[in-house]
Each structure stands twice: as C-alpha cells, then as structure tokens.
Ligand binder design. Structure first.
Ligand code: PEP
Ligand code: MG
Length: 551
C-alpha cells in the first residue's frame, strides 16, 4: 500500500479507481504565413466559439454550484472582449505573420505573466484563468475535443492541475474525488470543488502515472490518499464512508426545513468553520449562517503573519459566498494550545490562563488593526458580525471597540467602503464574563457562549489534559447555570445569545437550551441537520423531558 499526502480542500472520503487525467498534448507550429487575413478570421471564429462555450459553462456551473462559483466563466467571457489582450494577439498575426494558434499562445501567456507578477494573491491566481481561456482558444483553433478524457467508469481523477473550465466540464456522475499535484486554495478550481462537495486533495506532490487504474481511497479527513489499500483499511474507511452517506440521506430529508419545535419556537442553527475551505460544508449541510469562524486558523495556515490583504481575501471569500447569511468572525484567538512560531510568544507555565486571544490583540495593536481593517473592508461583501474572544472585563470590550472605530475612521479617510450594520459580540467563555454579563450586554449586540473554555475555567479542568477526563463533567450544573445566567442577562439588555462551544451540538441538552431561551446554536457543519431533527421533535408546551436542568 502506498500513501501520499496533500492539502484537503473538502472533508470526506472517496473510494474507487484512479483515473489519470491528462491535458491534450499538441505542438504549435511556428511556421510563418504570408497573408495574416485568414489567420485573423480563424482567430475571430475561435474567439466567438469559446465565448459561447463560456456561456454554456456558466449555466452549468450555476446549476451545479451556484452563481458565485459560476462568476469565473463570466470573467472568462469578458476576457475575450478585452481590447489589450486582443490587440496583443492580433499584432503577433499582423506584424510577425504568425498563425492564429501561435498568436493565441503568446498573447495569452504574456497577459498571464503580467497577472503572475502582481502582488495581490487574488490577481496572481487569475493568471491560471488567462492560460485556461488561451488553451480553450487554441483547442478551438485545432479542433480538439477534451470531453472523452474522463473515461466511462466513476473514478478519482488525478491530474497535474485542473483549470476551472476543466473542472466544471467534468461529468459529476463519473467523479468520486479529485487529486492534483498543483493548485492553490485561492483558485477557482478549489472553490468549485468545495461547492461541488467533492473530496479533493491539492498539492499532492507524489502523484504518479503508475496509479492509473489502481484502487485507492481518498481520505479528505486526514489529507491523504491510499493506493492499493489493505482490506482492513478498506473495511474501516468503507464503514466511515457509509456513515457519511447516511448523514447525506438525512441531509436531503431535512434540507430547507426550519429549526422549529413542535409548539412553534424557532431558533437559528449555524455552523462553526475554520476558514474558506469549510464554505462547502456550510452550504451542503444547510446551515443558516456561521456562528463562529475561528479566524486564528487563517493565521495557523500561514507561514508568516498574514497581511491585511491576505486576510481580506479570506474573509471576503467566506462573506461573499455565503451572503446574505450572517457570518460571525471571531478575532484571532491565538495562544494556549494554538501557538504560531512567527508570533514569538513566550513559553508560559499556565498558557490557558496566559497571554492569549484578546490579550495579545490589545497589546499588539498593529497586529490587531491589520485584522480589524481586513474585516471591515470585507464587510461590504456580505453580512458580517465581529466577535471578541476571552473577554473578562468591560474595559477590554470598550478598548477593542475603540480600536475598531479607529480602523473605521482610517478606512473612511482612505475612501474605502465599510458596511454600516456590523453586529459586535463577545464570546462568553470565562466565569468573569458570565458574572459581568449585564454590564457587558450594554456594550454589544450578542453573546456567544464558548462552553469549551467556560467549562475549563469554571471547573478548573485543563481541557488539554487527558488525565482529568474522570473528573470532567460536560453537563456540570455550574456551567449549565452560567449558560442560563448569560442568556437571561443578554435578553435583559436586548442581546441575542447563542452557544458556539461543543456543548451546542450535544443533543441530550438541546431541549434544556431551548427551555433556557437560547436564540442560536452554532455547531460543526455535520451536526447541523441532526440538531435540526432534534429541535423539530421537541415540544416545549409539555413538561421538560431531559436531564441537565440549570435550576
Ligand atoms: C469555546 O471555548 O467554547 C470555543 C468555542 O472556542 P475554542 O474552542 O476555539 O476555544
Ligand atoms: Mg474558547
């Protein structure tokens, strides 16, 4: 058995035969022509044909993955109207007497190089789109057909790289998963793979032509692919795969339904995410929004302190794709178990009680401002709420809000647009925040209970320490009372109150939380539909039926 690793774009498992997907190979003739006029005519015909194809691809992508994902094909079609690009190609034909194919190759490559040299990662990633359109023009000129490359049997497609147009052209009924040697999570191919809910590995450097036809398991949870897996592994991953399929069936049944109890109380069920790569699961599991975007994963995924621009792109992508759903982005909660080399944080004796989250942000103001500016700039692309973690005092909330206001003023002076209606909230995950909830509620629009940390700080149980497992009680009455106190305090001051810690997905407490008056539960995406099912089976007009009462 061989194992190769990569970067997983979407969690999930695919089992099946590998199919090596090769781009059609062709050699472009460098011969010169006497008369450029016929070449100009051929080029124009190919250009129109590809523009029509892009329209077809756009329609297909809208149906498969929604308008946001399809927008790239509109961009491709518009590119074929770009005067500078067309002028560059025509000059090669008219002045250098090259063929239309050669002119298309050179013209598009030159423009792609320009994109590649730009600083903005978004524009750098567009370089692949330019090459993609150029190839489509060349294939149209050469009369090549790429439709037959997928074969006839469902398979895991393995390629050096896949262009967006190739990805959307793929027959989904023959596609179990995708693996590429290249690719960036910023590319539209990755965006499409997420929207298509397809297990996908990129940057899998060990792919090999020898894999063709072999049986494999793409394990998106562990970011690897097993070639010729052992029977034991096949059995255990097949079981996991079947569990996934059962959840999918559940999903179909509950999709589009409300989170309403039998007696008519409706609450919000949102998803927790760690970054843009989780967008697909929010959509696939029909979450109404994102209740916790742990933005520190954007930092953890980066080799260096992410720039404002890089963060802006990540937040924008999530907000734009999920609009008009609410997306609660928690500011960087680094520290404790989440450490990053480039932050140069000192080793501490009690890191969970140490220099972390808002404490770092309020101390390293420039670091904090970079994130807040990125968030504010991204706010115009969707429905953003900003949430501050690890709050213990009013002073911290006021200071964080003051820095946010400073960023807003700076951006206004720079002429940058920022949404007016950004909700501001805090994580309630320390006993201090619970006990000061009345004062804190005056400062914010919402509370989100972080029950993971709230349990650790209330019970003095280090959540990282496996030895304390026998002493740990996730339903500890003190924590449940704190949840109730927080909900009541929030409501007294007009705040909505949610739970984004793991306890929110604990179905044995759903009824208890509803009886306490919780407004929102934010859980991992796969728990959204089971939770919806639980909510729909509860009747609050009847006497309480579960354990875990706060009183
Ligand atoms: C929590 O503490 O409950 C929470 C949601 O935040 P994290 O798990 O990221 O600390
Ligand atoms: Mg926490």
């Amino acid at each position: 058995m061989q194992v190769a690793t990569g970067i997983s774009i979407l969690h999930g498992i695919a089992l099946g035969k590998i199919r090596i997907f090769k781009h059609p190979e062709y050699i472009i003739d460098e011969k010169l022509v006497d008369d450029p006029i016929p070449e100009l005519g051929r080029f124009e015909q190919a250009r129109c044909k590809v523009q029509e194809q892009q329209q077809v691809l756009y329609d297909r992508a809208v149906a498969a993955a929604g308008e946001e994902s399809a927008a790239i094909f509109q961009f491709h079609a518009d590119m074929l109207d770009d005067d500078d690009l067309l002028y560059a190609c025509k000059t090669i034909m008219v002045e250098q007497h090259h063929t239309a194919e050669y002119a298309a190759k050179q013209g598009f490559e030159n423009v792609a190089q320009m994109f590649k040299e730009m600083e903005d990662p978004y524009f750098q990633a567009r370089s692949a789109d330019v090459i993609d359109v150029g190839n489509a023009v060349i294939e149209a000129l050469l009369g090549l057909d790429t439709d037959s490359l997928q074969g006839t049997e469902p398979s895991i497609l393995v390629a050096e790289d896949l262009a967006p147009s190739e990805t959307v052209k793929l027959d989904k009924s023959l596609l179990l998963g995708m693996i590429t040697r290249e690719g960036s999570s910023n590319s539209h191919t990755a965006i499409l793979a997420r929207s298509m809910n397809l297990p996908t590995l990129i940057q899998c450097k060990d792919i090999s032509d020898d894999w063709d036809g072999k049986f494999a398991i793409l394990d998106g949870y562990n970011s690897c692919v097993y070639i010729d897996p052992t029977q034991d592994l096949i059995d255990s991953l097949t079981r996991k795969h079947n569990e996934d399929l059962k959840k999918e069936a559940l999903l179909q049944e509950l999709k589009g339904k409300t989170n309403t109890t039998i007696d008519g109380k409706t609450i919000k069920v949102y998803a927790n995410i760690g970054g843009p790569s989780d967008i697909g699961s929010v959509q696939a599991n029909d979450a109404e929004g994102v209740g916790l975007f742990r933005s520190e994963f954007v930092y953890l995924n980066s080799k260096e302190d992410p720039s404002e621009e890089m963060q802006f792109q990540a937040y924008k992508r999530v907000l734009e794709t999920l609009a008009p759903k609410l997306v609660v982005i928690r500011t960087c909660d680094i520290g404790a178990d989440k450490t990053i080399d480039y932050m140069n944080l000192d080793k501490e004796t009690n890191p969970a009680l140490g220099f972390r989250a808002i404490r770092i942000c309020l101390t390293r103001k420039d670091f904090f401002k970079r994130q807040l500016r990125a968030l504010l700039r991204a706010s115009v692309y969707g429905n953003l709420a900003i949430m501050f973690p690890m709050i213990i005092s009013l002073r911290e909330v006021r200071e964080a809000k003051e820095i946010l206001a400073e960023c807003r003023r700076e951006l206004a002076n720079e002429g940058q647009k920022v949404a007016d209606n950004i909700q501001i909230g805090i994580m309630v995950e320390t006993p201090a925040a619970v006990l000061c909830a009345d004062e804190l509620a005056e400062e914010v629009d919402f509370f989100s209970l972080g029950t993971n940390d709230l349990t650790q700080y209330t019970c003095a149980i280090d959540r990282q320490n496996a030895k304390l497992e026998p002493f740990s009680d996730t339903h500890h009455p003190a924590v449940l009372r704190e949840i109730k106190m927080t909900i009541d305090a929030g409501h007294r001051h007009g705040c909505w109150v949610g739970i984004c810690g793991e306890l929110g997905a604990d179905l044995s407490l759903t009824e208890t939380f509803l009886r306490m008056g919780v407004d929102e539960l934010s859980v991992n995406a796969k728990s959204v539909l089971p939770l919806r099912k639980a909510i729909r089976s509860i009747d609050l007009s009847k006497p309480a039926s579960t354990a875990g009462k706060a009183e």
